[in-house]
Design a protein around this ligand. Structure first.
Ligand SMILES: Nc1ncnc2c1ncn2[C@@H]1O[C@H](COP(=O)(O)OP(=O)(O)OP(=O)(O)O)[C@@H](O)[C@H]1O
Ligand SMILES: [Mg+2]
Length: 424
């Protein structure tokens, strides 16, 4: 590329990063630029819908992905080459492991190499099914001799070093399918990231992660959870049930097509059951030429409440079984598109009892596209940028450039705005 092209509109190709969220209801491609102090400037994005069922069909995913990439390139003026991709769902499993090494070989001093060795050993000790790949190795605190709770023991002296790690495993099939879709759109996977870990990067505050918090992303087909304590990931889990199950209950309960049930959910849906009057009604169109009928909002609320209660109870029971009830000082943060359902916070507060609950969305980006991307449906896509900013330093990226600039940003602004209107 010609040198003069490299800094158009203040964009530095060596510092651009791309997040790809292959959701069940939409594809999200976010392009950002890493600024000083791990800040991220969002340069552009594309977010076309995926029709129900399409997410499992490779060709439909590739087409939607191409559209998302095209929109994101147009809005940023950056040509996408490599992407950080989110993974989630019940094909993912998190397991804990621990290991201990003597420090004799390191002259009794904890070096970076010793820390690396003990983490590697803990990863190798895990009994991993042959059909699963490791996508994250997340070290917890270190123990030096008898002294535990050490975040960074580098330079300290002792005789043995131990660590507990969380390993996130993904089924090889899901990893292959993601690669196929990404390669089908002529892109390369730069890294796979567990979705709630990406969410956490743009939704959670540092002090929440320090105090103890569970982030719950309720999307279209999966509800994904990550628990943080003392700034470390201590547990992750996914359930294959989310907003689409609510839509399908509405379709069955009100005998209406799925797309109409989806509209009704977004327009009249609530999981709040108090203060609803039987008299407040809306019209449900009939199926197969049958006449439409009136339905009370109270009846709709009951259908939604039952399923939302089930989803949140699954998470509650699992966290309780794993011993996290009462120990999450900063409580629960709920994100993902389904968190937009009115009454979600109140219902979660009842279920999680004395635990504080808040709704979460990407915090205002450091620069660019603020309001538009601050939606809970974008937590994963935006979070992937922040994850990449923390984990992929520009020096490394300069050698293997992820993107190149394809044109002037300024000249495209008019088209960008007309395109963005579709997303607001
Ligand atoms: N205003 C709204 N009220 C209620 N539900 C909503 C609203 N907006 C979006 N949803 C629901 O949110 C879900 C989509 O959320 P999101 O975009 O986070 O999912 P996804 O990332 O595509 O799916 P997944 O993460 O499960 O693969 C859909 O079920 C949709 O019906
Ligand atoms: Mg999602």
């Amino acid at each position: 590329m010609a040198k003069e092209e490299e800094n158009i509109g203040g964009i530095d190709p060596a510092r651009t990063i791309v997040g790809l969220d292959i959701g069940s209801s939409k594809i999200g491609v976010f392009i950002g630029q890493l600024e000083e102090n791990n800040k991220v400037r969002i340069l552009g994005f594309g977010n076309p819908p995926l029709k129900k069922g399409d997410a499992n069909e490779l060709e439909a995913t590739v087409q939607a992905l191409k559209k998302a990439v095209g929109d994101a390139e147009l809005s940023s003026g950056v040509d996408v080459k490599e992407v950080y991709v989110g993974v989630a769902g019940s094909n993912i499993r998190s397991v804990a492991s621990q290991a201990s090494i003597p420090l004799r070989e390191f002259n009794g001093v904890v070096t970076k190499e010793a820390m690396k060795r003990v983490v590697e050993q803990a990863s190798q000790l895990v009994q991993r099914p042959a059909d699963m790949d490791i996508i994250h190795v997340l070290p917890g605190d270190y123990v030096l001799d008898e002294r535990g709770g050490i975040k960074n023991p580098q330079g300290m002296e002792g005789t043995s070093l131990s660590v507990e790690v969380q390993l996130v495993l993904a089924q090889k099939g899901i990893v292959r399918n993601i690669s196929k879709a990404v390669e089908g759109a002529e892109l390369t996977v730069k890294g796979l990231v567990l979705e709630p870990l990406a969410d956490a990067c743009c939704v959670l505050e540092n002090d929440e992660k320090e105090l103890g918090v569970a982030i719950i992303d309720i999307g279209a087909t999966s509800t994904d959870v990550a628990v943080f304590k003392e700034d470390k990931v201590v547990y992750t889990v996914s359930f294959d049930i989310a907003g689409n199950a609510i839509t399908s209950d509405i379709a069955i309960g009100l005998t209406t097509p799925m797309d109409r049930a989806e509209e009704i959910k977004k327009m009249y849906g609530t999981c709040r059951r108090s203060n609803l009057l039987d008299e407040v009604t809306f019209t449900v169109p009939g199926i197969g030429g049958r006449p439409g009928k009136d339905c009370s909002r109270k009846h709709l609320a009951y259908i939604i409440y039952c399923r939302m209660n089930e989803i949140l109870m699954k998470v509650h029971d699992d966290l309780k079984n794993k011993g996290f009830d009462g120990s999450l000082g900063a409580g629960i943060v709920i994100t993902g598109g389904t968190s937009l359902l009115e009454g979600t916070q109140e219902l979660a507060e009842k279920i999680f009892e004395r635990t504080p609950v808040r709704l979460g969305a990407p915090r205002k980006p450091d620069e660019g596209f603020s309001e538009i991307v601050c939606m809970p449906t974008h937590s994963t896509g935006v979070g992937l940028l922040y994850y990449a900013a923390l984990n992929d330093q520009p020096k490394e990226r300069r050698e293997t450039r992820t993107t190149k600039i394809v044109g002037s940003v300024g000249s495209k602004l008019g088209r960008i705005w007309s395109m963005l209107k579709n997303y607001i």
